[in-house]
Each structure stands twice: as C-alpha cells, then as structure tokens.
Design a protein around this ligand. Structure first.
Ligand code: COA
Length: 164
C-alpha cells in the first residue's frame, strides 16, 4: 500500500462510469441493493445539474465524488476512495474541490448523508467543517440510519438577504 502518492482531480468522463459504479457497489452500497450502476453514473456525468469528479493516482482511478446542485444548495450523493489509496488526503481534496466550486457558484450549503456507524467518513467530513444536523431513520433501505451533515458556506443572515 503506498504511503504517499501524487493525485490529480479531474471531471469524470463517460468511460469512467463503470469503475465509479463498481467502487460504489463495493465501497458504499455493500450489503445494500446496487443502485448506482454505470448507466446512472453516466447520466450524472452528462447532466448539467450534477458534477462527477475523480482523482487519479498512479494511473488508477483512486476516488470519486458525485454532487447534485439545486439553486442554492448542493448534495454530495456519493464519495469513495479506493482502499489502496486511503488516508492520503484524497477524500479531503475531493471535498475541497466541491466546496470551492460551490463557493464560486454561490451555493450556500452542502448536504450529505452518511451511515451512522461510518465514523471514519464522519470524522473526515467534520474535519472539513461539516456539522451533524440530524439523523434520518432507516434511510438505507430501512436497515440503517443516516447521519445528516451540512456545511454552511454563507451565514444564515446572508442567505436570508439573497434575492428571491
Ligand atoms: C471515508 C473515506 C472517503 C475517506 O477517504 P480518505 O481519502 O482515506 O480520507 P482522507 O485521507 O482525506 O482523510 C482525512 C481525515 O479524515 C479522517 N479519516 C478518514 N478515514 C478515516 C478512518 N477510516 N477512520 C478514522 N478517521 C478517518 C482522519 O482524520 C483523516 O486524517 P488523517 O489521515 O490525517 O488522520 C474512505 O475511507 C472511503 O471511501 N470509505 C468508504 C466509502 C465511504 O464511506 N464514503 C463516504 C460516505 S458516502
């Protein structure tokens, strides 16, 4: 397992969809029905209200994130890092990339759900300023609860002053 690596982040291409879907199945949707199949990932790569980014390390697709955008909020749908490349700051870089894009786009808040027992991911998000704002009971097929986390990018005062 590499202890250091140099990684680049880029927008996903349609040819990345299968690798992303397989990472989702093995690293996120394990023990759940496989919902993020290649066609669904391809849709998110193509559509303009989502962004799919990947990290590449040593010519391997080492991580990815899929984010959907509404007018003033964004939602991180999925994010995972290949086990061979963990604890190297790749998730941190992916989340920072998303955060910066949201700031440029005037997004006020990023939301996500994570399994309540996924303490590593919760710590990773918390390190970047995400706060635990609630629990969604049975969110994962009724089998497991989700921790809802949000990162506020602008104050609630500023949000209230946004033109309607
Ligand atoms: C959670 C996950 C995305 C983290 O990816 P990563 O690239 O290893 O994370 P980073 O290297 O950026 O970690 C940054 C910090 O987060 C925390 N962290 C990350 N993984 C952790 C773990 N397994 N246990 C405890 N803390 C962890 C640490 O504070 C870490 O800093 P450190 O390595 O200096 O101690 C990765 O483990 C993963 O893909 N897990 C399976 C899928 C998943 O849980 N996705 C998120 C929910 S959808």
């Amino acid at each position: 397992m590499p202890k250091t690596t140099s990684s680049v982040i880029r927008l996903a291409k349609t040819r990345d969809a299968t690798t992303i879907a397989e990472l989702s199945r093995s690293q996120i949707e394990n023990e759940l029905p496989w919902r993020w199949k290649p066609a669904r990932v391809q849709h998110h790569i193509r559509t303009t209200d989502s962004t799919v980014i990947v990290s590449e390390s040593e010519n391997v697709l080492s991580g990815f994130a899929i984010t959907s955008f509404a007018d003033t909020t964004a939602h991180i749908n999925l994010l995972a890092v290949n086990p061979m490349f963990r604890r190297l700051g790749i998730a941190t870089s992916l989340i920072r990339w998303i955060t910066l894009s949201c700031q440029v786009a005037g997004i006020g808040c990023i939301r996500l759900e994570v399994r309540v027992n996924n303490t590593g991911a919760i710590e990773c998000y918390a390190n970047l300023g995400f706060q635990m704002v609630g629990v969604r009971k049975g969110y994962y097929e009724g089998r497991e609860d989700a921790q809802l986390m949000t990162l506020m990018l602008i104050s609630s005062d500023m949000e209230a002053r946004r033109p309607k």
